[in-house]
Ligand binder design. Structure first.
Ligand code: 0A1
Ligand code: ZN
Length: 890
């Protein structure tokens, strides 16, 4: 909490640390309000620092300092200066051991940063700057130290005491206390430190690396959750094998541990050898976890494991380089998931997330480059831009270099930077060297915010048989840079041309670099200028261009496709992403037509070409059912709002419902037949085949319930009651609870009440129950949320519960959140004010939907701004919330 306005720090001001800490010895005596932390730090002056000063400034926050000594000599308070966020010691020797003792209060730490208590367990979260809440330190990622950690606690209450590395000593002490000492031989920055103390059980397994080393694998959870760890363990072993096979990366310690905690701000954390996970990202069991939940566990386990190389062995020089580890690791985990399941489905899901959410971030007041130039609070920069857009940027490098050179670039990067703190430039230069090409033009992707727009026009000349595409790229103004001042992007456009008899051979004539493949029917163009013209020769009739195959660059593509062109792409292109995208665009154009009719007070009609196309999909047994489900899922209201200039939430909602109901009514027989013909798997497995079938089945059920036919309401209820896995149970619950039809009300009420009865002892399942109710339509939505906040199962100090209830309401119930009486905004503002005092990181994250106020009509803009202003007046506004509010009002 602060007095003066917090100020920004800048990448351009980076300076090497004044001192280095070669060794760190920590000693903890765990206690809820008086944990004693003693540290012995072996410090020396950094030979690379050009400062003459002998002052040492250590970060530290909320620590009750007990003593400071240098080389065993206790300092008195004239030798040092204690400030709110640092400890300054003047005149330190060239080399010395600094010993500090402090007291901290984990039980009072609701910020979930530093050392805190999650239920009865002690755990830590140090990224990005949480270590400074544990002890005084140079808490910056370019200070790497070798850690030895001793943890002392009551033997009965905390039989398990863990830290990074290998256990080297343990024993009993007086008063029923015991200790364990851990040593981590790999020097690491403080943000990768971890400690756990609890009454935990574990499942164990072993993995033998390519070089034949046996690694102990352990997943620690509360005893009641032991039956939900197998999927995470299997995912871990697959990740370890995959990283060896695909990247040549072997695990380096003798033991790898995962611990599950209930209270966690994010998904999980890659602490060296001791990953700490939000329970939601590690526990999975058929009865309690949906298919999406299983896939998330697999992806997050892989992500954290992959960080052992991309993040830990090679770490970041400073927090402006966050995407160095996150963008690369998300790219790695996405490729892993693609290899484990369906590549096209994974690509579509990622593109969907990017377009609906990251594009919105990039178009809003908090837009920032993948490598930001400044920040006030780094916790606010764990964003879709740094993670997901960062991963797309790495993917483009992969596309430009090809798989082989990319792998060589990765090897070179790891070899050169092993044990070091690196920059994004270090990564790119390894790629440049391996690829034998200059990527300087590519760097706009890292340095500029905003989503580039790529407008493409076509003209066909029948006498010369030439088909020309003109590409125009622009990037909108973002907070740090005007549109006119932006440099062009190097945009890889993967494409082909479809003629009446299928794909055409491409004979491009252009100054653009390109590469051809697949018998010359596919090419990747490398656009570098604001405008390019590419002429394709020997074309007999105007073709349909298939552009941005595989979502080859994170841009907004504009091409004036006719509905018939889109149907051609949907049915004939050989790229799965393009087929899906064409279907989405057809849906968007049909929904837009309905919106226009509604706005003009006309009777809307739904273009029959959409239902014909949907019929063809639903009756086609040769397509991947998961792709059919994705194609039949209409674009979300969030995405429709994102692509609108001014989002008229109510019209978007009504138009989407009209189209959905029309498809439901006109294809009822087909949906019913497909629903009945798809198999039911009595033995649940979270594999691609089963997941695909369940997704299509539940997609059909959604449409069938939308017909409000009594038979289908009853069948949904039967599915709800007889389901033996959570995917089918929760799909049935959602379609009933979210149905706007009054005939569904009784079913919805019964299902919701039975659900809570059945699952009240499973916290993660109860969170699903909160989310469904948060998304229910109706005037009474805000009152319902308010009363759910009083429910025995709700706890505002648990981020998962806040996200499940408040997050689902503000992000996934647009009609109620944007109620024109402002009640949705008020509710969110109240929650943010409460969280500001207890957990600033979550408070700032929850604010997201309010910061997008410029998207709405003037009345809503005023209401939203009023709430932002009222939050801004809060006494004791955290840095986190201050940064988001001030940028969004600027
Ligand atoms: N590095 C983790 C994410 C993470 C970041 C910050 C946290 O606390 C503020 C916690 C976790 C990852 O990428 O998985
Ligand atoms: Zn990560």
């Amino acid at each position: 909490m602060r007095d003066a306005e917090p100020s920004a720090i800048y990448l351009k001001d980076y300076q090497v640390p004044s001192h280095l800490i070669d060794k760190t010895h920590l000693h903890f005596i765990l206690h809820p309000t008086k944990t004693r932390v003693s540290s012995d730090l072996t410090i020396r002056k950094n030979p690379d620092a050009d400062t003459k000063s002998n002052e040492l400034i250590l970060h530290g926050q909320d620590i009750d300092l007990q003593s400071v000594s240098i080389d065993g000599r206790q300092l008195d308070d004239r030798d040092y200066q204690l400030e709110a966020e640092c400890l300054r010691i003047a005149n330190v020797p060239e080399q010395f051991v600094l010993s500090v003792v402090g007291l901290i209060a984990p039980a009072d730490n609701t910020s979930l940063e530093g050392l805190y208590k999650s239920q009865s367990m002690y755990c830590t979260q140090c990224e990005a700057e949480g270590f400074r809440k544990i002890t005084y330190f140079l808490d910056r990622p370019d200070v790497l130290s070798e850690f030895t950690t001793t943890v002392v606690a009551d033997k009965t209450e905390f039989p398990v005491l863990l830290s990074n590395g290998n256990p080297i000593k343990s024993g009993s002490l007086d008063d029923n206390m015991h200790f364990v000492t851990w040593h981590d031989p790999f020097p690491k920055p403080a943000y990768l430190f971890a400690l756990v103390g609890g009454d935990l059980e574990c499942i164990q397994d072993s993995f033998t690396t390519t070089s034949g080393r046996a690694i102990d694998l352990k997943i620690y959870v509360e005893e009641k959750d032991l039956d939900k760890c197998d999927h995470a363990m299997a995912s871990l072993k697959s990740s370890m094998r995959w990283d060896e096979d695909v990247y040549g990366r072997e695990y380096d310690l003798d033991i790898f541990m995962i611990v599950a905690v209930d209270d966690f701000n994010m998904g999980a954390m890659e602490n060296k050898g001791l990953n700490i996970f939000n329970t939601s990202c590690v526990l999975a069991k058929a009865e309690t976890t949906t298919d999406a939940g299983f896939q998330r566990v697999e992806a997050v386990v892989a992500h954290e494991y992959f960080h052992n190389w991309s993040g830990n062995r090679v770490t970041c020089r400073d927090w402006f380089q966050l995407s160095l580890k996150e963008g690369f690791t998300v790219f790695r985990d996405a490729e892993f998931s693609a290899d484990m399941g369906s590549r096209t489905v994974k690509r579509v899901e990622d593109a969907k997330l990017l377009r609906a959410m990251q594009f919105a971030e990039d178009a809003g007041p908090l837009a920032h480059p993948v490598q930001p130039a400044s920040f006030i609070e780094i916790s606010n920069f764990y964003t879709l831009t740094v993670y997901e857009k960062g991963a797309e940027v790495v993917r483009m490098i992969h596309t430009l270099l090809g798989a082989e050179a990319f792998r060589q670039g990765s090897d070179l990067y790891f070899e050169r930077n092993d044990g070091k703190a690196a920059t994004i430039e270090d990564f790119v230069s390894s790629m440049e060297e391996a690829g034998g090409r200059d990527l300087s033009k590519f760097m706009s992707w890292y340095h500029q915010a905003g989503t580039p727009k790529l407008a493409v026009t076509a003209d066909y000349n029948s006498s010369s048989r030439e088909y020309a595409l003109t590409f125009n790229q622009t990037c909108p103004t973002t907070p740090e840079c005007d549109s006119e001042d932006k440099k062009p992007y190097l945009i890889p456009v993967a494409m082909g041309l479809l003629g009446s008899n299928g794909p055409l051979s491409l004979v491009p004539e252009t100054d653009v670099d390109f590469s051809l493949s697949k018998n010359d029917t596919h090419c990747v163009l490398e656009l570098t200028q604001p405008q390019h013209r590419v002429v394709f020769k020997d074309i007999n009739a105007p073709p349909v261009p298939s552009l941005m195959r595989g979502f080859s660059a994170p841009v907004r593509l504009q091409f004036d496709y006719s509905p018939d062109d889109l149907i051609t792409l949907m049915t004939q292109d050989d790229d799965g992403f393009t087929r899906w995208d064409a279907c989405q665009q057809l849906c968007v154009s049909v929904i837009h037509e309905v919106e226009a009719s509604l706005q003009q007070g006309k009777e809307p009609s739904v273009d029959s070409r959409l239902s014909d196309a949907a019929r063809a999909l639903i009756t086609n047994q040769n397509l991947d059912p998961a792709m059919v489900a994705l194609m039949l899922t209409l674009p979300s209201e969030g995405y429709l709002a994102e692509i609108a200039t001014t989002a008229n939430i109510d019209t978007i909602h009504s138009a989407r419902e009209i189209v959905r109901n029309h498809l439901a009514a006109s294809l009822k027989t087909e949906f019913a037949e497909r629903f009945d013909s798809l198999p039911y798997f009595p033995e649940y497995e979270a594999n691609a085949v089963q997941i695909a079938v369940r997704s299509l089945k539940n997609c059909c059920l959604g449409y069938l319930v939308a017909t409000a036919d009594a038979v289908w309401l009853e069948r949904a209820m039967t599915q709800y009651r007889t389901a033996t896995n959570m995917t089918d149970q929760s799909a049935a619950l959602s379609v009933l609870a979210l149905s706007p039809d009054s005939k569904a009300v009784d079913y919805s009420v019964s299902a919701l009440s039975e659900f809570y009865q059945q699952w009240q002892s499973e916290a993660l399942v109860v969170n699903q129950w909160f989310s469904v109710q948060a998304m229910q339509p109706g005037e009474e939505a805000v009152d319902r949320i308010r009363s759910l906040m009083q429910h025995e199962a709700f706890n505002i100090n648990n981020p998962n519960k806040v996200r499940a209830l408040i997050g689902a309401f503000a992000n996934n119930n647009p009609v109620c959140f944007h109620n024109s009486d402002g009640s949705g905004y008020r509710l969110l503002a109240e929650v943010v004010k409460k969280l500001n005092a207890t957990n600033p990181q979550i408070a700032a994250r929850m604010l997201g939907p309010l910061t997008k106020w410029r998207k709405y009509d003037s009345k809503r803009q005023e209401l939203m701004q009023a709430e932002l202003n009222s939050i801004k007046q809060t006494v004791g506004l955290s840095k986190d919330v201050f940064e988001v509010i001030s940028k969004s009002l600027a």
